[in-house]
Design a protein around this ligand. Structure first.
Ligand code: ASP
Length: 498
């Protein structure tokens, strides 16, 4: 029987999921209901809001003296559909209220919710294996490196790669937003108010990251889970097993290897479910969001996509070709289960087990490199997020000020975007949360973030895939550099012996 390769299966799952989700969303249509005094509307209304639209529609009116009355309004409750928005028409006499209802939306939303729940089961499986996989894999990897000198070299290379690619990504983002100038092309963009939260200063955020690396309660870190704490503690544990040496080191190494083999087998079994999981996740997003959200923010979406595309399809493949000496197309195919899952789930942490198994089982990169570079990368290396932060903040600035930020301010955006991407967690919408720090740094109102909320989910999916792609390319680069060192060392040894 013909059996399609896994990446084709996942791709088909995504395609069918999007078609079903978009068709479901398209079944919704808007309807406007206008209420007047005949519908039981009190006269002298100054404001009106819908306070319950689940079964019957209850509207709270406030009259000119500030007195509030609540009424269940029949025409609305009889109408099929869910509440979308409300307008008070001040000019009409008696004052009328216009209510927008969206037909069929409730059914689409219900089905969308079920898709999200079913897709959530797949994500739960990935979450289930994540912590034990990181711990066993990292321990095996570090003990395999053999000495703290080997680890130090790998660490320096990894951090250098993270910094270099993140800066390249931000540069690409700035170039795109300066060329496309999305904020200066937009007519009217609706501002959705986000609840204003106290934003932390950049120093606080970075200091929290430092604190996370020294978990006061390591067991607590495993339970929450805090990935940075887990990584730091596991590396320390493995390093000290090496320094204790002898049977202890052997025992820890054997235990970790056995655990790693079991966790890898579990992950491989979960991967087989990826096409179904991805189908549900994509269908849920497209059913609830549709494609209409792109309308007013089209140029902004174009700028982000252009820059992400350029970084993923030009910059990283060039590094892959010339530094890692690998075929970018071949490597992308090997990494496709992880990339497509990252796209559908918008979570690099959630995708981590798939990234690790694809790197090792499909791309043939050693556990020694993969187990070190990937968990660290999923937490702190986010090229896609850094790029997106830069584009989004400049877009908001163009909208707010009506002109492009000067170069000096753009440098501040670039630096804060880099640090914000290091601080962002590998979970959906983490980049949006971190953005308030950059907005604060260049004196923009935090509420302006509301403008881009509508399209954040789909851009989150794209930037997460880029984050995972950059981590994977980093693995290939470090693997090649380490292998070159090993060859040089053995050559030197041969020379000495002869
Ligand atoms: N969702 C992204 C990730 O998991 C983070 C972000 O929101 O940019 O990598």
């Amino acid at each position: 029987m013909l059996r399609l390769a896994l990446h084709w299966q996942i791709l088909i799952g995504m395609l069918v999921g999007s078609i079903i989700g978009i068709s479901l969303n398209a079944t919704c249509s808007s309807k406007t209901v206008q209420l007047t005094a005949e519908d039981g509307l009190p006269t002298g209304v100054s404001t009106a809001e819908v306070i319950d639209s689940s079964s019957s529609t209850i509207i709270r009116y406030t009259d000119k003296d500030g007195t509030t009355t609540e009424r269940t309004v029949d025409p609305v409750s009889q109408a099929e559909g869910v509440f979308a928005s409300i307008d008070t028409l001040e000019t009409a006499d008696p004052v009328a209220v216009r209510i927008y209802l969206t037909h069929g939306k409730s059914t689409a939303k219900r089905i969308g919710d079920w898709f999200a729940r079913l897709g959530g089961l797949f994500l739960r499986m990935l979450q289930m294996v994540a912590v034990p996989l990181i711990v066993t894999s990292l321990t095996t990897g570090v003990i395999g490196l053999g000495s703290s000198e080997g680890i130090g070299r790998m660490f320096r290379r990894t951090v250098l790669y993270y910094l270099a690619t993140s800066m390249l990504a931000i540069g690409t983002g700035l170039l795109a937003v300066n060329l496309v100038r999305p904020g200066l092309r937009v007519g009217q963009v609706e501002n959705v108010n986000v609840p204003s939260t106290e934003s932390e200063s950049l120093v606080d955020v970075l200091f929290h990251q430092l604190e996370a690396m020294i978990p006061a309660n390591p067991l607590g870190a495993f339970v929450s889970p805090n990935y940075l704490s887990i990584i730091a503690f596991t590396i320390a544990f493995a390093l000290f097993s090496i320094s204790v040496g002898g049977r202890t080191k052997e025992f820890v190494g054997d235990l970790a290897t056995a655990g790693f083999e079991v966790m890898m087998a579990m992950t491989m079994a979960i991967i087989r479910l990826a096409p179904i999981g991805v189908f549900f996740l994509i269908a849920a997003v497209t059913a609830t969001q549709g494609v209409g959200v792109f309308g007013s923010l089209a140029w902004y979406v174009v700028a982000v996509s252009l820059a992400l595309g350029c970084h993923a399809c030009v910059t990283l493949p060039l590094i892959l070709r010339f530094v890692a000496k690998r075929s970018p197309l071949e490597f992308a195919k090997q990494m496709s289960p992880a990339l497509l899952t990252a796209f559908s789930s918008a979570s690099s942490n959630g995708t981590l087990p798939l990234t690790m198994s694809s790197v090792e089982e499909r791309a043939g990169i050693s556990n020694r490199t993969g187990s070190f570079v990937l968990p660290l990368g999923a937490t702190i290396n986010m090229d896609g997020t850094a790029l997106y932060e830069a584009v989004a903040v400049l877009f908001i600035a163009q909208l707010h000020f009506g002109f492009n930020l000067p170069f000096s301010q753009q440098i501040i955006v670039a630096l804060t975007a880099l640090l914000a991407s290091v601080g962002a967690a590998g979970i959906p919408h983490a980049g949006l949360v971190m953005m308030s720090i950059i907005l604060h740094a260049v004196g923009l109102p935090i509420e302006m973030q509301g403008v881009i909320l509508a399209v954040d989910r789909v851009l989150d999916m794209a930037r997460t895939a880029v984050n995972v792609w950059s981590d994977s390319c980093g693995c290939a680069v470090i693997e090649t550099l380490e292998a070159r060192d090993a060859i040089n060392a053995s050559y030197r040894e041969q020379q000495l012996n002869s």
